[in-house]
Write a protein that binds this ligand. Structure first.
Ligand SMILES: Nc1ncnc2c1ncn2[C@@H]1O[C@H](COP(=O)(O)OP(=O)(O)OP(=O)(O)O)[C@@H](O)[C@H]1O
Length: 322
C-alpha cells in the first residue's frame, strides 16, 4: 500500500526523541562528530549515508549499545528526559539486521515474545502468552507459527517474529538498523511495508537505518543524510531524495547505478577522493563541485535553509539544476 502523505513536522509539538550534539570517539578519533536530529511521534525517519558515515553507531547510541571502547558525549532525550536502561526494550525497541541470530533457536516463538513481555512488566504466564499470540497474529503469524521454533520458519516469517517481538511491549520508538538485508527484494519490500504499517498502527515512531534509497523514498517521512559522522542534510524524504540542497546528497544520488542491480549492502560513494579524517573544513570539499576556499577552511554548521536543514556553505536552491 502506498505511504500516506506525511504530516508536516512544523505541526508537531514536542519531539519524541532528541539527539543533540552526539559525539562518539575511539581512542580520540571521532567517528560521530556532533549529530543532531529529532524524531517525532509516529513518523518514519531514515538515516542514510555511505559506509562509515556513522549510521549504525548513531542508532546504537539510542539503544545504549555502543562498543565498550567508545567515548560518547552529547544528549539523547526521550520526551525531554535522558534515556534510561529501563526505557530499552520497553519504550525504545530494536529490530536487528539478522532475524536468525536475534531469535533463540531452542525456544518456541511465542515463548520468546512472552519472555520479552514479562521482562518489562509483571504478567502471569497466561497473560504474557496471550499478548505474544496477539502480537504475532498482528504480523500475520498464526498459532502454528507461534508454536514453532525459529528454524521451522522461513526467513520472512522469522523477520515478522522479530517485528512482533519489538512491538510486544508497545514501544514509542523502534530502531531498525538495515532490518531486511538478508531477504530477497520482494520479501524486503513486504517486510518494510509491514514494519512501517505495524509501527503506525501501534503509534510508534520508526528510525530506519538503510542504504536502500528507493525503499527510503517509499517508506520514510523524513531523511537524515549522514556524511563523515555529521548530518549533511535533513528534511522531508520527497524533497531530500529528489531535489537535495546539499552537494553531498546530490553526489550520493548521482552515484546510484541507473540499471537494476542485485541488492547492494552499501551505498556507492560519490566520485573522488574522500577527505582525510580530521582535515579542516567541510569533509566533502575535496569531492564537491561547489567547494570554495571557505569550504576547505571552515566546517559548515547545520542550518535551516529552504524548509530543511543543510550543512553547506553553498547549498543548492530548490529549483537549481545540479
Ligand atoms: N568498534 C569500533 N572501533 C573503532 N572504530 C569504530 C568501531 N565501530 C565503528 N567505528 C568507526 O566508526 C565509523 C562509523 O561506523 P558505523 O558502523 O556507524 O558506520 P555506518 O555508517 O553504519 O557504515 P556501514 O553502512 O558500513 O554499516 C567506522 O567507519 C569506523 O571508523
Amino acid at each position: 500500500m502506498p505511504k500516506p502523505p506525511p504530516t508536516p513536522p512544523r505541526s508537531r509539538p514536542e519531539p519524541l526523541l532528541t539527539v543533540d550534539g552526539l559525539r562518539i570517539s575511539f581512542s580520540g578519533t571521532e567517528a560521530v562528530r556532533g549529530v543532531t536530529f529529532e524524531v517525532y511521534a509516529g513518523e518514519v525517519l531514515a538515516l542514510v549515508g555511505e559506509s562509515g558515515a556513522g549510521k549504525s553507531l548513531t542508532a546504537r547510541a539510542l539503544l545504549g549499545m555502543v562498543p565498550r571502547a567508545a567515548t560518547v558525549t552529547g544528549r539523547v532525550l526521550l520526551r525531554g528526559a535522558p534515556v534510561t536502561p529501563a526505557d530499552l526494550g520497553r519504550r525504545i525497541a530494536r529490530i536487528p539486521q539478522d532475524a536468525q541470530s536475534a531469535l533463540s533457536p531452542v525456544h518456541r516463538v511465542e515463548d520468546q515474545l512472552a519472555l520479552a513481555a514479562r521482562s518489562v512488566r509483571p504478567l502471569r504466564r497466561a497473560e504474557a502468552r496471550a499478548l505474544a499470540r496477539r502480537a504475532l497474529a498482528e504480523v500475520g503469524l498464526g498459532p502454528e507459527a507461534a508454536a514453532a521454533r525459529p528454524h521451522a520458519l522461513s526467513g520472512g516469517m522469522r523477520q515478522r517474529a522479530v517485528i512482533a517481538t519489538a512491538l510486544v511491549n508497545g514501544p514509542e520508538l523502534v530502531v531498525a538498523d538495515e532490518p531486511t538485508t538478508a531477504l530477497d527484494p520482494e520479501r524486503r519490500e513486504r517486510i518494510l511495508t509491514l514494519l512501517r504499517e505495524r509501527c503506525a498502527d501501534a503509534g510508534a515512531a520508526l528510525l530506519l537505518v538503510s542504504h536502500d534509497l528507493e525503499a527510503v523514498r517509499r517508506h520514510a517521512d523524513r531523511v537524515a543524510v549522514l556524511h563523515a559522522g555529521r548530518v549533511a542534510e535533513l528534511g522531508p524524504a520527497a524533497r531530500v531524495l529528489t531535489r537535495p540542497a546539499a552537494p553531498y546528497t546530490r553526489g550520493l544520488l548521482a552515484a546510484l547505478p541507473t540499471e537494476d542491480l542485485p541488492h547492494r549492502s552499501r551505498l556507492p560513494a560519490p566520485d573522488g577522493t574522500p577527505s582525510v579524517p580530521g582535515a579542516p573544513g567541510c569533509a566533502f570539499a575535496p569531492r564537491c563541485p561547489r567547494a570554495t576556499d571557505r569550504c576547505r577552511a571552515e566546517e559548515p554548521d547545520l542550518r535551516t535553509a529552504a524548509g530543511h536543514r543543510v550543512a553547506c556553505h553553498h547549498p543548492y536552491t530548490e529549483g537549481e539544476a545540479a
